[in-house]
Design a protein around this ligand. Sequence first.
Ligand code: HEC
Length: 211
Amino acid sequence: MRWFFLVLALAIVTFVVALGPRGAKFSDPPFELFPDMDRQYKFKSQKPSHFFEDGRASRKPVDGTIPMGYSAPLNKEDGVPTSALDFSYGEGYYNTGLFGDYFGSGYPEELTLDQALLERGKQRFQINCTPCHGESGNGQGIVSKYWLIPPTANLQSDLVKALPEGQLFWTITHGKGLMGPYKGTINVQDRWAIVAYLRALQKTSATTAAN
Ligand code: HEC
């Protein structure tokens, strides 16, 4: 019983200390457990800001801004989008990687296969794919060190080497298994650029010092 009262008294003291001095005025700022959640370096929409000259936090979009998910205006002469903002869900091999119901191989005629395309593909691959598939595509990206089951695919494997270009494009577009789809973040041309770069990667890895 003695212990019970002791614990009870302690509990009351703790309670009072924790909640007691409510309504009292403190000059010190309150103790915050997670201050980063309370105070964030951001502007709330429709709130004033002293940072900008016109005193508004909400800014107008830059001239010529196109909302994500919408296609850029089409060029009048050839109907090709006027900017690179093309996340097309259109028809044809260029947009789908398919000929009818089958994956096509080779590159669509809309594509100009040149150094610039490969450079672009390299950059996009390194941004989007290396975390999982690794710089060389061997599946040993940083994620593979933490994410053990299931392993990310080895893009240097004979299996992936044998996949037609259209299927690679399709996989990037729609994802596969735990790999997400990229149709909303990588535009059509860039997806082909990645396919071309991936093919180049596979070719270079096939060569040894001897040849
Ligand atoms: C979040 C990690 C992750 C990222 C990022 C990622 N992948 Fe994958 N990828 C996977 C996994 C996991 C698989 C195995 C899927 C399966 O077989 O179920 C895979 C499979 C593949 C395959 C093989 C498909 C097949 O049919 O065997 C290709 C090709 C591929 N990825 C290409 C890419 C390309 C190109 C990118 C960059 C645009 C990319 N991946 C980004 C995780 C990722």
